[in-house]
Design a protein around this ligand. Structure first.
Ligand code: AP5
Length: 245
């Protein structure tokens, strides 16, 4: 049954329809892939994700983006998550596992997914394994964005984002065409509340204590590929492509 929000295809410009058709034809030939991106704040997970998503026709599930949307919309989930996020601490395992379980059911995840910022604790990794076992699938690769902490403050404090799309810029390393404005929509860019040097300290602390053991968890399964995330964005992209080809 057509819903009131369904799109009348006759109203969609032919060029957009053709582009989507060509995209779907290209995607039909791609193998399924299920990937995890792990790395400290500012290591480049969100920067590399759009390329991986487009190249392999995957959905991009970033728990940080989903939680920020819930906080902005003041949903019950957002209200629960806000305090921990503002302090740079992790949100409870149950909350994030619930949103990932739901998000994976989207049609855009048919060819697989990129998990960006999840799992972040060994408990989350175990719950993910149980979830995937029920679906009869498994993680193919874990990309470990390895980088020294000392590089991250400049990356984090110089980052500007377009909240609606998640597009990320950097005032020195990846500036927008017009300062303070998104290249695609022309809308204003903002800085994240947790992108300060002080909150970064807590986020790094959480990464080393709670998330690094997750890399060991997958290392034992033999599916971790280590990337040199301190290199330029282009060089990191080349490493990702080599690992995934
Ligand atoms: P989240 O949003 O996931 O933040 P994060 O992991 O801290 O990661 P970032 O988004 O900061 O870094 P990124 O690696 O994507 O860097 P980017 O590519 O933008 O999580 C936020 C909070 O949500 C958490 O603190 C927690 O409270 C909660 N949360 C989320 N998931 C959770 C979970 N699973 N469990 C519990 N709590 C959870 O790059 C950064 C900047 O550097 C950009 O400006 C970019 O342009 C630039 N840059 C990128 N690559 C390069 C390069 N190679 N060279 C130079 N500059 C570069």
């Amino acid at each position: 049954m057509a819903s009131s929000s369904s799109v009348n295809l006759e109203d969609v410009p032919s060029e957009s329809l053709m582009t989507e058709l060509l995209r779907r034809m290209k995607c039909a030939t791609k193998p399924e892939k299920r990937l995890i991106l792990i790395g400290p704040p500012g290591s480049g997970k969100g920067t590399q994700s759009p390329m991986i998503k487009d190249e392999y026709c995957l959905c991009h599930l970033a728990t940080g983006d989903m939680l920020r949307a819930a906080v902005a919309a003041k949903t019950p989930l957002g209200v629960k998550a806000k305090e921990a996020m503002d302090k740079g601490e992790l949100v409870s395992d149950e909350l994030v596992v619930g949103i990932i379980d739901e998000a994976m059911k989207k049609p855009s995840c048919q060819k697989g997914f990129i998990l960006d910022g999840f799992p972040r604790t060994v408990g989350q990794a175990q719950m993910l394994d149980e979830m995937l076992e029920k679906q009869g699938v498994k993680i193919d690769k874990v990309l470990d964005f390895a980088i020294d902490d000392s590089i991250l403050e400049e990356r984090i404090t110089g980052r500007w984002i377009h909240p609606a799309s998640g597009r990320s810029y950097h005032m020195k390393f990846a500036p927008p065409k017009v300062p303070g404005v998104d290249d695609v929509t022309g809308e204003p860019l903002i800085q994240r509340k947790d992108d300060t040097a002080a909150v970064l300290k807590s986020r790094l602390d959480a990464f080393h204590k709670q998330t690094e053991p997750v890399i060991d968890y997958y290392w034992k399964k033999g599916i971790v590929a280590k990337l040199h995330a301190a290199k330029s964005p282009k060089e990191v992209t080349e490493e990702v492509q080599k690992v995934l080809s």
